[in-house]
Design a protein around this ligand. Sequence first.
Ligand SMILES: [Zn+2]
Length: 101
Amino acid sequence: MIPEYNLKSKIDNCPVCNSNKLKILVGYEKNHLVRCKKCTFVFSNCKPTHKELDKVYNSYIRDDNKRTELTLKKMHLIVDNIIKKTNAKRVLDIGCGDGAF
Ligand SMILES: [Zn+2]
């Protein structure tokens, strides 16, 4: 279960353009989602505390054992293709996954 976020750690400026002109996203108030009026970036303006993050990640169970060999090969193939096409030296995976690659 995800703990309630501490409202004292509210984010007042857009992390992309630093504007403080934010509009609450109607229907997503519970998730604290706001849209930056300047660059339209949507984000949660409620930052969890270190204590809250510890609580979430200490109870997080990885599902490494559920990945098949084929899935791992596909994941590596995707990363290899990204590196090959972009000549990147590093790849940052941004998303909801567990950072498997
Ligand atoms: Zn912005």
